[in-house]
Design a binder for this molecule. Sequence first.
Ligand SMILES: Nc1ncnc2c1ncn2[C@@H]1O[C@H](COP(=O)(O)OP(=O)(O)O)[C@@H](O)[C@H]1O
Ligand SMILES: [Mg+2]
Length: 223
Amino acid sequence: MILEAKDLNYYYQDGESRRYVLKDTSVAFEKGKFYTILGQSGSGKTTLLALLSALDTPQSGTVLFDGKDIKQIGYENYRRNNVGIIFQSYNLIPTFTAVENVLLPMSITENELPEDKKSVAYNLLDYIGIGKSKADRLVNKLSGGEQQRVAIARALATNVELILADEPTGNLDEEMEQEIIEIFKKLAYEHQKCVIVVTHSNEIAQQSDQTFSLKKGSLTPYE
Ligand SMILES: Nc1ncnc2c1ncn2[C@@H]1O[C@H](COP(=O)(O)OP(=O)(O)O)[C@@H](O)[C@H]1O
Ligand SMILES: [Mg+2]
């Protein structure tokens, strides 16, 4: 298993009482698979992804990457070196070009990367469907679908095996959505990545290898 969550508890204090978003939640993911986590708005999807990517920490419970507690790895190390995150609203740097956005995490990671980072970034963008001329454009001059492709290339730039995406097609039309889903499938099946997509879309869930349903703070495998 590349990623495991064990007995995660996450709550907000509401006066005297605790309002649990996640309650004793456990789940495990392996490489080479495309997973979806399906849940309604407010069910805790973003919270769960934040804990899995060390953007936030649970009140109790552990997240293991390759069998190691991410607290031991160090949250910052884990974010820099082990996980790629994709957001619904892309979260790119608008005053940077596409290729500059992809280069940024490459300058921060401690992972071993090829000497010529710039050609790696261009090649990665090209592979995801962003050619040279678009790669040199400011990202806010690109369409939504193109910006999300840049965000995927950025998530992959540090050569991670684990990709987490929070409603990555929430701002895209259906055709673009399907193209993005095809990229995720390719990453899982041709490049042996572990891809975990959080979504409220049944159509996306149906295309994944395994779906977990998030309801009332716990995850259950979906049949
Ligand atoms: N700062 C906060 N204080 C109290 N409750 C919060 C806070 N942030 C989020 N929540 C609640 O936590 C729950 C889960 O939120 P979230 O993980 O964003 O759900 P989802 O991504 O599935 O829509 C929601 O009910 C939300 O209202
Ligand atoms: Mg959310």
